[in-house]
Write a protein that binds this ligand. Structure first.
Ligand SMILES: [Zn+2]
Length: 133
């Protein structure tokens, strides 16, 4: 894939990824508990996707937040980390493991295609679950 094709693929994948997180988190901000279905909602990455590219599309590395809580995330990284330690200790442990497993290497094209397949399957699963709520 050339640079442009990769960019396009990542863009469409991130749309699918957002849908998955929205469905999974039931339109509730995972930090303040506000219903964000009619407010702006954002998918926040716990470990930054700019550095940990292999975790950019990892559902465990993302939570749904409102705009206010998303800002907090970036303004207060230390407090954010404490919040994560307290609320999502298992998640952090998993991410730590994944971080050492994959490091900060760039994701290859074939890895990207594999992740895309997984995301499509996950979206179907989350849609099915949300129908039964
Ligand atoms: Zn919030």
């Amino acid at each position: 894939m050339n640079h442009l094709e990769r960019k396009k693929l990542k863009k469409s994948m991130s749309l699918v990824f957002k849908q998955i997180i929205q469905l999974r988190d039931n339109n509730i901000c995972q930090r303040c508990g506000k219903d964000v279905s009619n407010l702006g909602r954002i998918v926040s990455h716990l470990l930054p996707k700019s550095i940990y590219q292999s975790l950019a599309f990892e559902p465990k590395n993302a939570i749904l937040t409102c705009h206010k809580c998303e800002a907090f995330w970036h303004i207060s990284p230390i407090e954010s980390f404490r919040f994560l330690e307290k609320e999502f200790p298992k998640l952090l442990k998993h991410l730590e493991y994944r971080r050492t497993e994959y490091g900060i290497h760039k994701v290859t094209d074939s890895q990207l295609f594999e992740i895309q397949k997984k995301l499509d399957q996950l979206l179907i699963k989350e849609k099915r679950k949300s129908c039964h709520r």
